[in-house]
Design a protein around this ligand. Structure first.
Ligand code: GTP
Ligand code: MG
Length: 263
């Protein structure tokens, strides 16, 4: 999840590719009823149930109301989702979600989806994508932290934050950005004060302290062009859901061989 254009679908594609290369059984689940094109075709696709385009055409809704309608429709058709996901209950699923931030921060729909997945015995981790380009100054970083925190509080599931598009960041900026990955409250407040009016300095300090004291948000940098970086993000996600020993990577025909042996 994450704001529009923050790199959610690219994250999904990158992790898909990485997992496939490591022979992990992995499937893409598209929960974005407005999605257009996927490099990896999704194994489960909300667009087979409902598309935003149809809702907008037939009910005359705008894109935001239409999207909420699509999710309400999904909630009324949970049998469909349970049925679709049931085929993959032992596998690693990557769910691509829409970019409308209100789905995570304002209304409890994504929370319901996440909790349903848990009820269906999936281990769930929320991955929040924030675009590195957006965080070139501390005020924007504060805004990003607030929205990530809001999503984390709303969803109540294990959660990691990923700073995307790091391949677009210059070496110089990359060094400067270290402070956003593991924030120092004094530096953050100082930085924010430089670009804000005096009236906000106390608020800047309070936000910086909040970020520090509650260890609320750490961002893991993702450079999709660097395999080590992708592996690092995946290891954090795996850790959050304790993916591991009982899910050794399997060759696609291991099951067949096992069945043969037991014959
Ligand atoms: N260079 C670079 N471009 C990226 C990266 N991630 C995403 N992009 C580009 O940013 C744009 C948006 O990326 P998407 O992955 O579609 O973002 P999204 O969050 O799924 O967008 P919505 O679903 O529309 O909310 C596309 O043009 C991508 O090619 C990245 O890591 N590096
Ligand atoms: Mg997308």
């Amino acid at each position: 999840m994450g704001p529009a254009g923050s790199g959610k679908s690219t994250y999904c594609q990158t992790i898909m590719q990485h997992c496939e290369a490591a022979k992990r059984r992995v499937h893409l689940v598209n929960l974005d009823p407005a999605a257009e094109r996927f490099e990896y075709p999704p194994s489960v696709d909300i667009r087979e149930l409902i598309t935003l385009e149809d809702v907008m055409d037939e009910l005359g809704y705008g894109p935001n109301g239409g999207l909420i309608y699509c999710f309400e429709f999904l909630m009324e058709n949970l049998d469909w989702l349970e049925d679709q996901l049931g085929d993959y209950e032992d596998d690693y699923l990557i769910l691509d979600c829409p970019g409308q931030i209100e789905l995570y921060t304002h209304i409890p729909i994504m929370r319901q989806v996440a909790h349903l997945l848990q009820q269906w015995n999936f281990q769930v981790v929320g991955v929040y994508c924030l675009e590195s380009q957006f965080v070139e100054d501390t005020s924007k970083y504060f805004a990003g932290v607030m929205s990530a925190t809001s999503a984390m509080g709303m969803l109540e599931i294990p959660h990691i934050n990923v700073m995307t598009k790091m391949d677009l960041v210059s070496k110089e900026l990359r060094d400067k950005m270290e402070r956003y990955f593991d924030p120092d409250p004094l530096l953050l407040a100082d930085d924010a004060n430089k670009s804000t009016d005096n009236r906000f300095h106390e608020l800047n300090q309070a936000i910086a302290t909040l970020i520090d004291e509650f260890s609320m948000v750490r961002f893991l940098p993702l450079n999709i062009r660097d395999e080590d970086s992708v592996a690092y993000i995946l290891s954090h996600a795996d850790n959050a859901i304790q993916w591991g020993e009982d899910q050794e990577p399997k060759e696609p025909d291991d099951d067949v061989e096992e069945a043969d042996r037991s014959d």
